[in-house]
Design a protein around this ligand. Structure first.
Ligand SMILES: [Zn+2]
Length: 110
């Protein structure tokens, strides 16, 4: 007896966010703070079911324009969006405290 059964197989990339990096970074292509670290895995799939991961790498991925670049030590890193400072507050909530800046005169002992 002989069965003629078509076998569907192929490869598929899955990308999921890497939880270790939570800082918003600037995308060089679309200039949005939408770059995040992600892990890209290539799966061997059979009958559209991912079975074996055979390639895994960390990438920077933009959630808006889908810009992607490899992530790793010594490689290019996108710039951090806010740099640790709070966003500017043009009006409202009163003025930020200026007395410290105005009266501040650095006098370091020599
Ligand atoms: Zn982008």
């Amino acid at each position: 007896m002989f069965f003629c059964l078509p076998i569907f197989f192929g490869c598929q990339d899955t990308i999921k966010p890497d939880g270790s990096e939570q800082v918003a970074r600037i995308c060089p292509r679309c200039n949005n703070a939408s770059i995040f670290a992600a892990q890209k895995k290539t799966w061997f799939e059979l009958f559209f079911i991912p079975l074996i991961p055979f390639n895994s790498k960390h990438i920077w991925l933009c959630g808006i324009c889908q810009f992607a670049t490899p992530l790793g030590p010594g490689l290019w890193e996108p710039t951090i969006a806010h740099g640790g400072s709070p966003p500017p507050n043009p009006q409202g909530w009163g003025s930020p405290p200026q007395s410290f800046q105005a009266g501040y005169s650095p006098a370091y002992p020599k």
